[in-house]
Design a protein around this ligand. Sequence first.
Ligand SMILES: Cc1cc2nc3c(=O)[nH]c(=O)nc-3n(C[C@H](O)[C@H](O)[C@H](O)COP(=O)(O)O)c2cc1C
Length: 189
Amino acid sequence: MGLRYTVAITGASGSAFGVALLKRLSSNPAVERVTLLLSPTGKRCLLDETGLTPKELAALPKVELHDERDLGAAISSGSYRQDGMVLIPCSAGALGRIAAGVSETLVSRAADVCLKERHPLVLCLRETPLNRIHLENMLRVHDAGAVVMPIMPGFYSHPTTMHDLFDTFATRVLDQLGLREEDPRRWKG
Ligand SMILES: Cc1cc2nc3c(=O)[nH]c(=O)nc-3n(C[C@H](O)[C@H](O)[C@H](O)COP(=O)(O)O)c2cc1C
């Protein structure tokens, strides 16, 4: 059985990081399906920052786009077999909803399901500076089992393009999902 993941692009700057991760999951032979979710502001940021539409992302192999309002989707249920979920970028709003257990959208419900089923949940937060509420929410989701992985790409591999930054960060997110890929940009000591 192939691996199944969910990727949510929420309303924060940095949707290109989400696109890079989606491409890497889509091209990984071990992956069977990637469920893609976009919040309304996520769609807007995606178009503003990358010029891409959700439909274009859904054209990638194995990617299935779901309506964020459809709480009846398979990923809403703990009985759905899946191997993890990533919010990338993750808005402070999405973080707050997950930390509070508010599951009124498919993104927050699917994340809630990952926490209760003990599936990997990676939150690539993109906000700066951080207020006390953000910091407390990060601790809450961490304690509930999520990995808080703010979008902070490394510079030790001497990136020369934006794509290098997106892709090295994607490698680190894949590590969190248990998909360890070769990447010449890893630190070699
Ligand atoms: C153009 C634009 C950029 C935004 N950038 C950020 C951001 O970088 N980080 C953040 O936490 N919120 C950002 N926001 C605010 C969130 O999109 C807003 O709080 C939204 O309600 C989050 O909901 P969502 O997680 O369902 O997308 C931005 C909003 C807009 C319109």
